[in-house]
Design a protein around this ligand. Structure first.
Ligand code: HEM
Length: 124
């Protein structure tokens, strides 16, 4: 094999890797853009305290946390406490419970990231 053939093969391999990276970037990029658009539109919906108060049990559980409104109905089975601990904050301002899990400590950054998946708007 001549050195120019080796260089050509290396060049083709390099271009293939770059093209693969571009395709992967494009595939992964699109759902993220949808998520950002969803977040922007859900962030702008304004709810009143009365509207939130209608969703005050396990069948439909909305909470106000740090100014945001969250529909946590589908998250309920995943929360690591008994159901009552979580549901008694449905339909109302739940920031104190969010910021103090009962041991003086707030929820973790991981929990905060999860919370954002359930954001439906902001409180009036
Ligand atoms: C607002 C009412 C809430 C109360 C009273 C509450 C209470 C608690 C308590 C007592 C723990 C500790 C459980 C243990 O150590 O066994 C805990 C942990 C946890 N909670 Fe909540 N929670 C609430 C809301 C939420 C929400 C809205 C989310 C996320 C959507 C969440 C996600 C988590 C996670 C992931 C943990 C594991 C520990 C951590 O990451 O901080 N919680 N919660």
């Amino acid at each position: 094999m001549t050195s120019s053939r080796i260089a050509y093969t290396a060049f083709v391999a390099f271009v293939s890797v770059v093209l693969t990276l571009i395709v992967v970037y494009l595939i992964q990029g699109s759902p993220e853009q949808v998520t950002m658009a969803d977040k922007a539109s859900s962030d702008s919906t304004v709810y009143t305290i009365d509207q939130v108060a209608e969703h005050n049990d396990a069948s439909s559980c909305w909470k106000i946390i740090e100014g945001g409104v969250y529909d946590l109905t589908t998250y309920l089975p995943d929360h690591p406490t008994d159901e009552e601990t979580f549901t008694r904050w449905c339909g109302r301002e739940a920031t104190p419970a969010w910021q103090d899990k009962g041991n003086g400590r707030s929820h973790s950054p991981r929990a905060a990231a999860r919370l954002e998946n359930y954001r439906i708007g902001v409180i009036d």
